[in-house]
Each structure stands twice: as structure tokens, then as C-alpha cells.
Ligand binder design. Sequence first.
Ligand SMILES: NC(=O)c1ccc[n+]([C@@H]2O[C@H](COP(=O)([O-])OP(=O)(O)OC[C@H]3O[C@@H](n4cnc5c(N)ncnc54)[C@H](O)[C@@H]3O)[C@@H](O)[C@H]2O)c1
Length: 357
Amino acid sequence: MTVTRIPVGGEQPYEVVVGTGVLGELPSLIGGKARSVAVIRTESVAAIARPAINLLSESGYEQVLDLPVPDGEAAKTVEVAAGLWSSLAAAAFTRTYVVVGIGGGAATDLAGFVAATWLRGVRVVLVPTTLLAMVDAAVGGKTAIDIPEGKNLVGAFYPPAGVLADVATLQTLPREDYVSGLAEVIKAGFINDGEILRLVETDPGGAVVPHGEHSRELIERAIRMKAAVVSADLRESGLRETLNYGHTLGHAIERVEKYRFRHGFAVSIGMVYAATLARLAGYPVDVERHRDVLTSVGLPVSYRPGAWPQLRPSMSVDKKARGARLRFVVLDGIGNPVILDNPAEDMLEQAYREVSA
Ligand SMILES: NC(=O)c1ccc[n+]([C@@H]2O[C@H](COP(=O)([O-])OP(=O)(O)OC[C@H]3O[C@@H](n4cnc5c(N)ncnc54)[C@H](O)[C@@H]3O)[C@@H](O)[C@H]2O)c1
């Protein structure tokens, strides 16, 4: 069993520990000073959380609280967060306690947010159990909950003390969720690491399962990319914006679909859109390569014709747009993301026609 430790730099450096069957590393990530632990986890990962809780109970902590929360986005609400704060208060949870978040990106976002806000910040260790959470949500220190006015509107930048990515936990993940996470892996290939694209293109069948020949390498390469970017830019001032590749249209699709559309599926369409836009703007982008690699793993590459009048205003409310100007991350070749600022309306619409055809 090999364990990979990927460092994440910044003001509070930490490690992403990657391996198969590595839940036993949890106590060392929690750290020796902790007296008690609160495990925030979704119902869907009970079979993963149980051995982790048993291990912690045997590791000598005074208290190990098991705090189940609803699955998916239903966890990221003010009500669920308030329920957790009450549970922590009832347990007299002090700063010598540690929060552990186990689950998909929704659970790790919530656990991070509760840890960031409880007593103005307690230590948190994240155990992502979806591909998307391993390569994206749990790495980088962004935490958030949703309010009725919008998704991720309330949150904090709050880096975890460690991340434990146990690839074995992905075995129970529904295939569609795994494939959704692959969109972020492939995004890492386009914006930074062309070897990822080559590995997926060589064996797309192996890329869609956690035990594929190159799956571990794909996961680690994507985590390394995210770790490098957030190490250099925790608070999203410049470099981190490049992670937004495919997300401008992607977020608009998610908004129009009221978040019932998988994030990675929306980003996949968004990447083809960004590539098309870049080509129209004169950049040397291989749009067909985008379509081919994304469809080879079962990701969608087109969206409803006629949806443009709904999507266009939705793109302007993206929190990464600056004022009324739209900023797109586009590629000036593989691994070279640049910003396309304020593209002409007719070019935006033409690119959409090509994606919805
Ligand atoms: N903080 C960030 O930087 C960041 C980045 C990207 C996404 N996100 C957030 O991540 C969330 C999406 O994450 P996601 O795609 O992981 O979705 P999710 O957390 O909703 O998980 C998807 C589903 O899989 C279930 N599940 C999780 N692990 C499982 C397992 N091992 N086996 C079986 N079922 C399992 C979950 O309970 C849920 O029903 C969104 O809320 C998004 O805003 C955050």
C-alpha cells in the first residue's frame, strides 16, 4: 500500500494524503493535541464513517461525536449548520477539539464552514469520498453553505489541517458521480497537465472507474495541480481564476437547471464552450480534442438549443465576472490558460450556437 503526500502551501500548509485503504492515517492528521473529535458526515457514507469512528474511539479521544447530515446539497443550509453548532455547544466543544468532515463536496464544504465559524475557527480534517471532492472541493480552503438567494453565498476561506483521500471509498460512488468528478480531472489536463489528457485518451474505459490502471495517477495529478494553484493563490486574486475553466457557462447551466444538473456535466459543456469561444477569438485551440476526450468518458458536450436567452443573464451574475464584464478562462494552447476579457456579444452567441447544435 503506497501513500502519497501532496503538500499544499500558503499561510497554513497542510498535506493531502492519497492512498487506498488509508483511513488508518486519520488520527495522525487530527494531531496529538486534540482531546475530542466531531465527525460530520452524510447518511450515504455511513459504511465509510463507521470504521473511521471506531478507529477514533479506540485511539483514546475523550469523546467522538457522530453527527450525520443530509445527503448532497441539502446539507449546505443555515439550518443544518445551526443544528451542528447546537450539537457542538451541547458537547462543550472547545478549541482543543477537532472537526472531521467525511463525504462528498457538499459535506466537506459544510464541515469546513462549521469548523471555520465555531469559536472563530477550530481544526478540521477533511475526508473526501467523491472524486470531485478529492480533486477539487476538499483541497484549497474554500468553505460555504447556500442560502435561498444563491449557492455558496455564505462562507470563508479556511484551509483544513489535512485531507485524507482514500481511493477505496470511491468504490461505492455511483458511476455518474464518478464521471462528473472526471470533468475536473480533465480540466486539470487542459489548463495545466497535458499528461492527464494523454492518460484518459489512451484508456477512457479505465478512466471512468476508481480501480482503472491510471485512475490513481489521474487523481494525484489533478490534486497536484489544484494544490500548486491554491498554494500560490489562496484568496483567488489571479492564478486561482484559471481553475474557472469551463465554469462561466457551467455555472449558468447549473443555475438554469436549479442545481439538479451535475456540476462536472455542466463544466464539461462549459469547457467545450470556452474552447469554441477561444477559437473564434483567434486562439490555437483544438475544440475537437475537447469534444473527443470528454465524450470518451461519457461527459456531455452540448446543451439545449434555444437556452441562450436564459443562460446569458445567468453568466453575468457569476461571482467571478467583474461588474458587467464577462471574463472567460480560455486556452492559448494546452497548459496555458489566459483571460478573454469582455468578448463581443455576437461571438458569445455564435459560440453557443456551436455548442447547442
Ligand atoms: N470548496 C470548493 O472549492 C468546491 C469546489 C467544487 C465543488 N464544491 C462543492 O462540492 C459540492 C459537490 O460535491 P460532490 O460532487 O462531491 O457532490 P455531493 O457532495 O453532493 O455528493 C454526491 C452524492 O454522492 C454521495 N456520496 C458521497 N460519497 C459517496 C460514496 N463514497 N459512495 C456513495 N455515495 C457517496 C453523497 O451523499 C451525495 O448524495 C457542491 O456543493 C459544490 O458547491 C466546492
